[in-house]
Design a protein around this ligand. Structure first.
Ligand SMILES: NC(=O)c1ccc[n+]([C@@H]2O[C@H](COP(=O)([O-])OP(=O)(O)OC[C@H]3O[C@@H](n4cnc5c(N)ncnc54)[C@H](OP(=O)(O)O)[C@@H]3O)[C@@H](O)[C@H]2O)c1
Length: 257
């Protein structure tokens, strides 16, 4: 895709992978708008990258997605790429009590968010000569990480949704692209939610390296971008699926009630 003449909307672009992709796309000459829930984080991103446009919006809220669509189509009608990147990842021990509305939070954000965004933005994207919907899944879409069972399920679901969407979009000007990052050095993976033991294994990929691999893939029209360990996980899940699940499940073996 030609990125220089593109206008890109990135959900969850105030931190981590989304912010780094925004920065690299700005460097390519694209126009970039990012969203997030926390106003202070958005303001900080804007202060660091004055060319960035920021909009406060929560992908878990259908009304806010509708308002976002109206804001984008009226203020930035040239938008031709939507990157569904917003996500959260928690350690969830299913033996422990948790409020029922809380235990499904990842599903609301990581899976229902991209589905809502796709439904809302597809009619607009279809009016552009060259457009794309990018869904940010994970290497855990291919093999679950047992200490984050709900998160892993959302990413497997998002992978499946993207495959199906790609078929429905065949013959249109809109591409369905998946970015499946490996463990990456951002607050989501290296923050307080997980201990060092939880995330022991391959070193997280530096976020600038991950974003470069994505931008290169987007420029070359790669449909499923699987940097680093994610590519290995995809193949391992086919060659030795039980081995792969047990390998990533080791850190959950002590989760008892
Ligand atoms: N880091 C990794 O190892 C890794 C690996 C594989 C896949 N991924 C995926 O990559 C994506 C980005 O993650 P990251 O590592 O960059 O995490 P991050 O640094 O925590 O950034 C997450 C971003 O999403 C925003 N966000 C969270 N919930 C939102 C919501 N409901 N609506 C709108 N924005 C929301 C956050 O801002 P607010 O909190 O202010 O809303 C923030 O800007 C996620 O989908 C994640 O699952 C990450």
């Amino acid at each position: 895709m030609d990125l220089k003449s593109s206008t890109v909307l990135i959900t969850g672009g105030s931190s981590g992978i989304g912010l780094e992709i925004a920065k690299q796309l700005l460097e390519k000459g694209a126009k970039v708008i990012v969203t997030g829930r926390d106003r202070a984080k958005l303001d900080e991103a804007k202060a660091k990258h004055p060319k960035l446009e920021v909009i406060q919006s929560d992908v878990a809220d259908s009304k806010q997605v509708e308002t976002l669509k109206q804001a984008i189509t009226s203020k930035y009608p040239e938008t031709n790429i939507v990157i569904n990147n917003a996500g959260i990842m928690r350690k969830i021990n299913m033996h422990e009590n948790r409020a029922l509305e809380d235990v499904t939070r990842e599903i609301e954000i990581n899976l229902m968010g991209p589905v809502r965004m796709t439904q809302a933005f597809l009619p607009h994207l279809k009016t552009k000569p060259e457009a794309a919907i990018v869904n940010v899944s994970s290497g855990l879409a291919f093999v679950p990480f047992a200490i984050s069972p709900v998160y892993s399920a959302t990413k497997a679901g998002l992978h499946s949704f993207t495959q199906a969407l790609r078929i429905q979009l065949k013959g249109t000007n809109v591409r369905a692209i998946e970015l499946a990052p490996p463990g990456t050095d951002t607050p989501l993976f290296t923050g307080d939610e997980f201990t060092k033991e939880d995330t022991a294994g391959p070193k997280p990929m530096p976020v600038d390296e991950l974003a470069r691999a994505f931008v290169r893939g987007l420029e070359r029209d790669v449909e499923e971008i699987r940097p680093g360990v994610s590519n290995g996980l995809k193949w391992l899940s086919r060659i030795a699926p039980d081995f792969a699940v047990n390998m990533l499940g080791k850190s959950a073996q002590n989760m008892r009630h």
